[in-house]
Design a binder for this molecule. Structure first.
Ligand code: 2P0
Length: 351
């Protein structure tokens, strides 16, 4: 990766710290206006801007320790040695951090998710946000939150948003051929919101790993789906109207936009060739339940990511009623209530 990352120098908004080892914590986020599709795979630049809520559940903790005796990085994921794609992604990310820090030393990384990895519950968002915080601290870097968000983006696009708590927007940035300029312009930042009293009821209908990774599914959707570009165009409008709805504290409008944006994203995936279908009969049962809740006067709105699980946006005061209705509609689902959570943070560091 060295030598082909001209934009890295621009991340040097830092002062050196002590380094050596660090422990960090980050929470997943759920997008209300989705990120789906990259215009640049290497720099992880998205086609469209996205907007999310960071959760207060399912955190990832990541410990990074520099070890002079190692010739390659050693990565443990949920207690087992990481292999293949997961190992490659973490090592490539550490290469990027080493390049910024001007250091060669390899690292031991130990990371644990409190939710099933790869089940469409944003474990890569919390994972790379926590890794960005822990690795930069271990290598003695202190990054501005904007630079940290841009760095986390290189690990996994949605991780750029988990750097921040509450609602965050990830800017797609400028469409330019200049890699450094494009990289600089694509980062997340907090979004002003009136008090919405929001909750997300998370219905885990299937916690197994997905058949098609979101990375591959995005690639296929962009390359083959005739519905991708219309969805992307609509998504730009969705972002503007959602920002306005957040500012005036209009949860019904936020939910309405989130639901149509997610359904549009899945429609684009279904039109890919071959089709990417994450939605299952249990997903549809929860979607029907949410429609019925709305008919009964409860403000509840569905969103789904790269998997069959459904997250239902509602007022905190209605969350238990919504959770109970979802449990009845999908009895085998595990249902959690989440609220807005904090941004990624350093828990401790040692030398
Ligand atoms: C999102 N998702 O906005 C969208 C909606 C899933 C559906 O971000 O390839 O793991 O690592 O940049 O961030 C999942 O994709 O993808 C995702 P990469 P990521 O939350």
């Amino acid at each position: 990766m060295r030598g082909d990352t001209p934009a890295v120098g621009t991340l040097r908004l830092l002062t050196p710290g002590p380094g050596r080892s660090a422990l960090a914590l980050a929470h997943p986020n759920i997008a209300l206006v989705k990120y789906w599709g990259k215009r640049d795979e290497r720099l992880v630049l998205p086609w469209t801007s996205s907007l999310s809520m960071t959760l207060d559940v399912f955190p990832t903790t990541t410990w990074v320790r520099l070890d002079p005796s190692l010739t390659r990085d050693r990565v443990t994921l949920n207690g087992a040695p990481a292999t293949d794609e997961a190992l490659h992604r973490v090592t490539a990310f550490l290469e990027l951090v080493r390049e910024i820090a001007g250091r060669d030393r390899r690292a031991v990384v130990d990371t644990s998710n409190t939710v099933a990895t790869g089940a469409g519950l944003a474990s890569s968002a919390s994972g790379f946000a926590a890794l960005a915080v822990a690795a930069t601290a271990a290598y003695g870097l202190r990054l501005h939150p904007t630079a940290l968000s841009r760095l986390a983006r290189r690990g996994s696009g949605s991780a750029s948003r988990s750097v921040f708590g509450g609602f965050a927007v990830w800017h797609a940035g400028r469409d330019t051929d200049a890699a450094e300029e494009a990289d600089l312009a694509s980062y997340a930042e907090p979004v002003p919101a009136a008090d919405l009293d929001p909750a997300l009821v998370v219905a885990v209908v299937d916690s197994g790993a997905k058949a098609v990774s979101s990375r591959e599914a995005m690639r296929r959707t962009v390359a083959t789906s005739p519905l991708f570009r219309p969805w992307a165009a609509a998504s730009r409008g969705d972002l503007d109207t959602m920002r306005a709805a957040l500012q005036r504290g209009d949860l019904a409008a936020v939910g309405d936009i989130a639901e149509r944006n997610a359904l549009g994203m899945h429609a684009a995936m279904l039109a890919a060739r071959p089709a990417v279908r994450y939605l299952s009969p249990d997903t549809i049962a929860v979607l029907d339940c949410v429609l019925q809740l709305r008919r009964d006067g409860v403000a509840a709105y569905s969103t789904m990511d790269a998997g069959p699980n459904v997250k239902v946006l509602c007022h905190r005061a209605d969350a238990e009623q919504v959770a109970e209705a979802v449990r009845v509609a999908a009895p085998q689902a595990t249902v959690f209530v989440a609220g807005p959570g904090p941004g990624a943070r350093l828990l401790s560091e040692g030398s």
